[in-house]
Design a protein around this ligand. Structure first.
Ligand SMILES: Cc1cc2nc3c(=O)[nH]c(=O)nc-3n(C[C@H](O)[C@H](O)[C@H](O)COP(=O)(O)OP(=O)(O)OC[C@H]3O[C@@H](n4cnc5c(N)ncnc54)[C@H](O)[C@@H]3O)c2cc1C
Ligand code: SF4
Length: 572
């Protein structure tokens, strides 16, 4: 290589990129991170209490004008650019674009920080054991290349370094009182006790206990007490969709990026939009081409190691835009989450606008392999009490059909019901199928002349069946809580982007059926790593980010071992 600007060039300094940059910088490698969004200053966060600006006008998320994504249900249809808010229940909060700026999605996430269950690492085998060999017909589901035990130390590291509050339910195989009795074994207790529960948690816990279920406090990547120099949560209620103004919510913007900068080995190039991996067509990457947005000039960074950590969708788009798809597997195996959601009202005040949504309890009694196969449910999911950060505009978007949306009747409805709302949610992943994938849209381009990503996906009947099952259980719980009204979201919702997309650059040891190895190293280009949820071959029924972080720590340690010492100093 003739030109070398750094030891590593990394694209996307979000949840994954922040962790990897910190590890490599600490190992002595000189890292240049290209980030298409801003490097936010902390004083921006204290001005955040503005629902219109953040929740409705997407102040810190990309818009369709700059980052179009098209969607079609099947190959017979033409992809149309996604509006970000659709449907009778409008589902705004669940129908979100990928994130933007240093910290990525970890800035304004809700901070549910679940581990996956053991069975979710061997989902294909588990389904076959429960339902017989034919159950996987029509899918491309395979087991992960490693199991839960391999990832456990990295889960632990993520919980400690990012800061997760909760209560263990299974310490080294011993069931713990008050925790989740169904969780996979953990080596250590959470670094912090659970958050203070929100008002709706009292009736939720009473109801589910009375029904014989096993509630436990949701694991939250939010400080329940001062932790590692960061403040405890103030229960401000502007949490999901907003940055944390006191740094209590885990974000690489307040944890790993500052640590990486402190080494002197990380250079952040913000407003730098990567367009292409530069490669010689024979298995070696030279660097990354990008547009410097302030000047609109095209530039290049050259380095012996290239890492894409730009989220599952953009990672795939960049590979395809760079002509890196030798085996045709890039973009295949797209999976996303469907969120069964119940909203309703209780007789008492619930004040759902206070505190983070995650200050709540969960039951895992209907999750994955715990549901009786006779129910016909392929994969269940947790039922989570959604307990806070419900500001008025979003609350209105959650209102059921028939509820007035303007005028005096609307005002009266809000007056009577806004402070009495409660809700529950769950997650159900689709299985990877050949007919669901992402590729480059042949017609729609972004303002920089690059093809938009096109998603071909629809909700399979098997997913809808599982969702109906969970919604029915939620209704039973709501009735037990004394609900005065309840409504649910459709089992086949209108959204196909949920910020929980995975599978698009599947990991595996077989280079003909996967894109990267278990560390994220490209099968096609030896010095290129593609890291994040896109590596997951199948999906759990839980929010992905703690698992994505655990995977990123595993990759980061591998990279520091393999490349940190080797490249450090080369470019000095
Ligand atoms: C509102 C919201 C709530 C969420 N709540 C939860 C939750 O409670 N629990 C959970 O587990 N997960 C949650 N998530 C999902 C979570 O944010 C993602 O799983 C996580 O951020 C993915 O990490 P990542 O590093 O792969 O992508 P990101 O964190 O999105 O980082 C990708 C980065 O790459 C940058 N980038 C993209 N394209 C380019 C390019 N071409 N050039 C340069 N830079 C680029 C982006 O600007 C971004 O900074 C939530 C997400 C949102 C938006
Ligand atoms: S609710 Fe807590 S963690 Fe969330 S933004 Fe407010 S202070 Fe931060």
């Amino acid at each position: 290589m003739s030109r070398q600007d750094a030891d590593v060039v990394l694209v996307g300094l979000g949840a994954v990129g922040g962790v990897i940059a910190a590890e490599l910088a600490a190992a002595g490698a000189r890292v240049i991170a290209l980030e298409k969004g801003a490097e936010y200053s902390p004083d921006q966060d204290v001005r955040k209490f503005d629902e219109l600006r953040y929740e409705v006008r997407n102040a810190i998320t990309p818009g369709m004008q700059s980052d179009p994504i098209t969607w079609r249900p099947d190959e017979r249809s033409v992809g149309c650019p996604l509006p970000w808010q659709v449907g009778p229940l409008s589902m705004g909060p669940l129908f979100l674009p990928p994130s933007l700026g240093v910290g990525g999605g970890s800035i304004h996430w809700a901070a549910w920080a679940f581990r996956f269950r053991e069975a979710e690492f061997r989902l294909a085998t588990t389904l076959e054991e429960r339902f017989g060999k034919d159950i996987l017909d029509g899918t491309t589901a395979v087991d992960w290349p490693y199991d839960y035990d391999e990832l456990e130390p990295f889960y632990e590291r993520a919980e400690i370094e990012l800061g997760v509050s909760g209560r263990a339910g299974n310490l080294n195989g011993e069931t713990q009182e008050g925790g989740n009795p169904f969780e996979a074994p953990r080596r250590s207790e959470f670094p912090m006790p659970p958050l203070d529960p929100a008002p709706t948690d009292t009736p939720f816990v009473a109801a589910v206990k009375g029904m014989g279920y096993h509630p436990y406090p949701a694991p939250a990547a939010i400080n329940s007490e001062p932790y590692r120099g960061r403040s405890a949560c103030t229960y401000c209620g502007f949490c999901r969709d907003y940055a944390c103004h006191v740094g209590a919510k885990a974000s690489t913007a307040v944890t790993h990026v500052p640590a990486a900068l402190a080494t002197g080995n990380l250079e952040i190039r913000s407003f730098a939009r990567a367009t292409e991996v530069i490669h010689d067509g024979t298995g070696t990457a030279q660097g990354v081409r990008y547009i410097d947005l302030p000047s609109m000039k095209e530039r290049e960074v050259h380095a012996p190691l290239v890492i894409l950590s730009a989220y599952a969708l953009e990672n795939a788009r960049l590979l395809l835009a760079s002509g890196l798809n030798e085996n045709g597997q890039v973009g295949r195996n797209f999976i996303t989450h469907n969120f069964p959601f119940l909203v309703g009202t209780l007789p008492e005040y619930t004040n759902l606008f206070v505190g983070p949504a995650v200050a709540s309890s969960v039951v895992d009694d209907f999750t994955s392999e715990l549901v009786d196969p006779a129910e016909g449910v392929l994969w269940g999911g947790p039922i989570v009490n959604f307990a806070g950060d419900q500001q008025p505009i979003e609350a209105m978007k959650m209102a059921g059909a028939g509820i007035p949306r303007f005028g005096p009747e609307f005002k009266e409805w809000m007056r009577q019901n806004y402070r009495r709302l409660f809700s529950m949610w769950s997650e159900r992943a689709s299985l990877p199928r050949p007919e669901y994938y992402v590729d480059l849209d042949p017609k729609v381009r972004d303002p920089f002349g690059q093809p938009a990503l096109r998603i071909t996906h629809d909700w399979h009947d098997s997913v809808a069946r599982d969702v109906e099952f969970i919604l029915a259980r939620m209704k039973e719980i709501g009735t037990e809580m004394g609900a005065t009204d309840m409504w649910t979201f459709p089992a086949k919702p209108p959204y196909h982007v949920s910020t929980h997309e995975v599978g698009t650059h599947r990991m595996g040891e077989d280079p003909t059926t996967s894109v990267v190895d278990s560390y994220g190293r490209s099968h096609e280009v030896a010095n290129l790593y593609v890291v994040g949820g896109g590596q997951m071959p199948t999906y759990g029924a839980y929010n992905p980010t703690l698992t994505i972080w655990a995977m990123a720590f595993r990759t980061a340690e591998h990279l520091a071992r393999e490349h940190g010492a080797r490249t450090a100093g080369v470019a000095a």
